[in-house]
Design a protein around this ligand. Structure first.
Ligand code: ADP
Ligand code: DP6
Ligand code: CO
Length: 317
């Protein structure tokens, strides 16, 4: 049995839409921060006596179709036939817009490829993880990570940004609702690409933000990092709102959290919001301002946690 741990990541410049759904090639590059405190641990055991893949998530037997399709890619690459038992534990709310699919498929890529006898490079692992969930390509690496959109299977992978920031960037996670969302990221982005009249504008402006974000990270320019991240998030949600049917992951308390961020900024606190495909709000800030932000958000929210850049995916015993 082989076990891997991978941490989730939150995109500062978002991925929302696939140019090639089979190969999982995105329309835009994206750029994320891997999180220290949220992760998935997954064990894989190939077993010649099985007649189907078995998947256990958080102690429960779970339908294995998606995991099994991913294992097919691993079997194909490794030249193996056996089915596998996959046992996974999420230390992150599942399917809630906190990127469980990112840590899940990064951990599965590492555990399954190793269990199948392969020793993949970080780039090969990222390409493999991408096939399970696009955002998972970025959870192979730690710190700040760029997923190059690429133009084929070989060129679409993630790696750490060339120059990591040295300022103490923190992310305050405001839990609005940890329950499962109604529309998965996959379905949501597919319909956005197909129907939103704003989609091509999103692609243009999101892609144009990649180089400035790399520069801002290299220059430790937190204001620029925050402004670019917040803009990418709002632009992604705007293109969804314009889809048919309109897609909104906002809940009433999402707005409450976003208003706090605006007011904190008016009071001179560096705080910028980003949201994924779910109602939860993540606030980017710097370490000296964490206490002020947490105490403000705790006025309205029970679960407010602080995290920081986290490590690359690893094998564990
Ligand atoms: P999230 O915002 O949590 O990333 P998504 O809509 O992207 O939500 O995807 C969640 C998908 O990831 C679902 O198909 C879910 O079953 C799958 N998933 C979540 N955790 C795991 C895990 N530990 N192992 C395998 N698949 C997982
Ligand atoms: C809003 O990677 O979860 O979190 O590739 O279909 O599995 P699939 O979707 P997923 O989408 C993530 C969307 C996002 C933005 C981001 O992480 O870049
Ligand atoms: Co996801």
């Amino acid at each position: 049995m082989t076990t891997a741990r991978a941490h989730t990541n939150i995109a500062l410049i978002k991925y929302w839409g696939k140019k090639d759904p089979d190969l999982m090639l995105p329309y835009t590059s994206s750029l994320s921060m891997t999180l220290a405190d949220y992760y998935t641990e997954t064990s894989v055991h190939f077993d010649a006596s099985l007649d189907a893949d078995q998947f256990y998530l958080d102690g429960r037997q779970t339908p294995a179709a998606k995991v099994s399709a991913f294992l097919d890619l691993v079997r194909q690459q490794a030249g193996r036939q056996e089915f596998a038992t996959v046992t996974s534990a999420n230390h992150v709310p599942t399917t809630a817009g906190l990127a469980s699919s990112a840590s899940a498929y990064a951990a599965l890529a590492l555990a399954a490829s190793t269990a199948a006898g392969m020793e993949l490079s970080a780039t090969e692992l990222s390409r493999l993880a991408r096939r399970g969930s696009g955002s998972a390509s970025r959870s192979i690496a730690g710190g700040f990570v760029i997923w190059h959109r690429g133009h084929d299977d070989a060129t679409s992978y993630a790696e750490p940004v060339a120059t990591q920031p040295t300022i103490p960037i923190r992310m305050v996670v405001v839990l609005v609702n940890g329950g499962q969302k109604a529309v998965s990221s996959r379905a949501g982005m597919q319909n956005t690409v197909a129907t939103s009249p704003f989609y091509s504008s999103f692609v243009t402006s999101n892609e144009a933000a990649i180089a400035p974000m790399q520069t801002a990270l290299a220059n430790n320019d937190f204001t620029m990092i925050g402004e670019l991240a917040e803009a990418s998030s709002y632009q992604m949600h705007a293109t969804m709102l314009a889809a048919k049917p309109a897609l909104s992951y906002f809940e009433p308390k999402t707005i409450t959290a976003l208003q706090h961020v605006q007011q904190l900024r008016q009071a001179g606190i560096p705080a910028y919001a980003t949201m994924d495909a779910g109602p939860n709000v993540k606030i980017l800030t710097l370490a000296p301002f964490v206490d002020r932000i947490v105490s403000t958000l705790r006025q309205d929210f029970k679960t407010v946690t602080v995290t920081q850049p986290g490590p690359a995916a690893t094998l564990i015993d």
